[in-house]
Design a protein around this ligand. Structure first.
Ligand code: SF4
Ligand code: SF4
Length: 80
């Protein structure tokens, strides 16, 4: 069976959300506290930033995670 990557990174042109799956204990706090319903639980109840475009970079998920398993970083828009 193919294992999921230990560090899952999801990014759009404004925000990067990383989930360190080995540290996540599937408590669901980040999912519960996200005011924009960005995060949804996967089959192991670990957060997937499925609605990343709705993220307002409030940082609550990162702040509330007891295991430092989720991080949110702003992405600078580049002029091409
Ligand atoms: S930074 Fe805020 S809006 Fe974005 S995923 Fe985390 S809790 Fe949700
Ligand atoms: S709050 Fe942290 S440990 Fe809990 S489900 Fe979210 S990422 Fe995993």
């Amino acid at each position: 069976m193919k294992q999921k990557k230990l560090l899952e990174v999801h990014q759009n042109n404004s925000v990067k959300i990383s989930v360190r799956r080995e540290w996540c204990k599937s408590c669901g706090i980040c999912i519960e506290f996200c005011p924009k319903d960005v995060l949804v639980p996967d089959d192991q109840l670990k957060p997937i930033p499925e609605n990343i475009d709705a993220c307002i970079k409030c940082g609550l998920c990162e702040l509330r995670c007891p295991d430092f398993a989720i991080t949110v970083e702003g992405v600078e828009e580049k002029d091409e």
